[in-house]
Design a protein around this ligand. Structure first.
Ligand SMILES: [Cu+2]
Length: 492
């Protein structure tokens, strides 16, 4: 950590103590509520057409093709006054170039790998044909050093997405291989500014260089790699400038390897209008919303006409020590605030699913070497060190059981977290709704592609599989996925 950095390295023990506190409370609750949940022999009838409709839009391809070239290579990044060496980025910048298109447009993206190691790029949250999903070894061969791969697809949904390396993410994401991907509304609401904010935390050493222990055993055993320098668009405590009365759409992406954020806007009135790309059915308060690795949240904030000066937007996950993320500097002549209702979209109510039996249960845990076969190939990262792995149903990748789902057939899945650590579970290729937490029905009013499980949470989701193929289902804490918490979800 550099002496000029205002941020203290997060104390992992503090995070763990907080997590374990939740364990005790939630554990009892789960046990009590599970006993109360009736077993239903068969899922209630549900017409998939009523639930599939809000996902896709019948937009025809516009015919516009955006040819994009992304070159992955090592370079240098200026952070907190220091040239950080051996950052890996797309086109020499962190984040990589923002890809911003209209609904119906096609992208043709050539990824050239000028790194010394193989890579692949995943378009997080975008429903792409399976072969374009960027999961090496599953949907494509890794892009070898010196070679390239062309991704071509037409995103079917508007929203805030992002792209990132899906190969050895604990190192490649951490070094900077990510960028934003926005599919604009056909008729965008009249925001004064539309700003993309990729939030990331860097783990820097004493001289401001990247800590290169990407496989730290301590991080691996706990909640992944948490950095000591919080950045937005790879800038520490950047400033957004706005005039009084302006209304901003902030598209926030959590690009961190492991860190979870809870934003605090202070005196500013901010509501969430989209989660993981999709509009919510009613605006949600932003304060207190958990934003886990992989999650996106779109925020609608209006600067009061009589406001002036600086407003700090902070992360308050650890409420006793909020960390400033960025500053909103209000200056200039006031403007008339754009007047329109925050954008929303209808989201079907699947709360009946509380009665359904899960079609699949995914127990998340840490397993020791006695559970891992000696001849088992190593994990995605390569090296378990023969000690332990993060597991789904007792199996650490590549040991796994593929879950098979039927196209268009709604199903409930249950995640059970017994591990004492956080796990933001990410399903590729489909969206889902959370319908229960710890046996208690919830109506979130939005879809997701990534859901956070606190240390002993049980979470039920409903998925209507909309795209065939073999999709990844994994924890988005990069070290957890890399060391086994990864399985497959096949839609036939
Ligand atoms: Cu995890």
């Amino acid at each position: 950590m550099t002496s000029s950095s205002p941020f203290a390295r997060p104390d992992r023990n503090t995070v763990l103590i907080a997590a374990l506190g939740l364990v005790l409370i939630a554990g009892g609750l789960v046990a009590a509520l599970m006993l109360l949940s009736p077993a239903v022999p068969e899922a209630l009838a549900l017409d998939p057409s009523t639930v599939v409709a809000p996902y896709g839009q019948d937009e025809l391809p516009s015919g516009a093709i955006h040819e994009v070239s992304l070159v992955a290579a090592a370079g240098t990044m200026r952070l907190d006054g220091v040239d950080v060496d051996n950052v890996w980025s797309f086109n020499g910048s962190v984040p990589g170039p923002e890809i911003r298109i209209q609904l119906g447009d096609t992208v043709k993206i050539t990824v050239q790998n000028d790194l010394d190691v193989a890579t692949a790029v995943h378009w997080h949250g975008i429903r792409v044909p399976n072969g374009m999903d960027g999961v090496p070894g599953i949907t494509q061969d890794p892009i070898a050093p010196g070679s390239s791969f062309v991704y071509e697809f037409t995103p079917p949904d508007v929203g805030t997405y992002w792209y990132h390396s899906h190969k050895r993410g604990n190192e490649q994401l951490e070094r900077g291989l990510y960028g934003a991907f926005v599919v604009e509304d056909a008729e965008p609401a009249a925001y004064s500014q539309d700003v993309t904010l990729l939030v990331d935390d860097w783990l820097l050493d004493q001289v401001g260089q990247l800590d290169t222990d990407f496989d730290s055993s301590e991080d691996l055993h706990h909640n992944g790699r948490w950095g000591n320098a919080l950045s937005v668009n790879a800038e520490i405590l950047p400033t957004i400038t706005a005039a009084p009365g302006e209304r901003l759409r902030l598209r926030l992406v959590n690009a961190s390897n492991g860190r979870i954020y809870q934003l605090r806007f202070g005196e500013l009135d901010a509501v969430a209008i989209a989660m993981d790309g999709f509009y919510v059915d009613r605006p949600l308060p932003v304060d207190g919303l958990e934003i886990a690795p992989g999650n996106r949240v779109d925020i609608d904030v209006t600067i009061p006409v009589d406001a002036k000066g600086s407003f700090v937007i902070a992360d308050s996950l650890l409420s006793f020590s909020p960390v400033p993320l960025m500053t909103l500097e209000v200056s200039g002549d006031p403007v008339d605030p754009p007047s329109f209702a925050p954008p929303t979209a209808p989201v079907p109510d699947w709360s009946d699913a509380i009665e359904w039996e899960p079609n699949g249960t995914f127990e998340l845990s840490l397993i020791g070497d006695e559970d891992i076969a000696e001849d088992q190939p190593t994990g995605l990262a390569g090296d378990f060190g023969g000690v332990f792995g993060w597991a789904i149903n007792g199996r650490a990748w590549p040991d796994h059981r593929t879950h098979v789902a039927s196209l268009g057939q709604a199903e409930k899945l249950r995640f059970v977290n017994d591990s004492g650590a956080f796990h933001p579970m990410h399903l590729h290729g489909q969206f889902f709704q959370v319908v229960a937490r710890n046996g208690v029905p919830v109506r979130e009013g939005h879809f997701r592609d990534t859901v956070l499980l606190n240390s002993t949470d049980t979470v039920d989701i409903v998925v209507v599989p909309t795209d065939v193929g073999v999709w990844a289902l994994h924890c988005h804490i990069q070290l957890h996925a890399e060391y086994g918490m990864f399985t497959l979800y096949e839609v036939r």
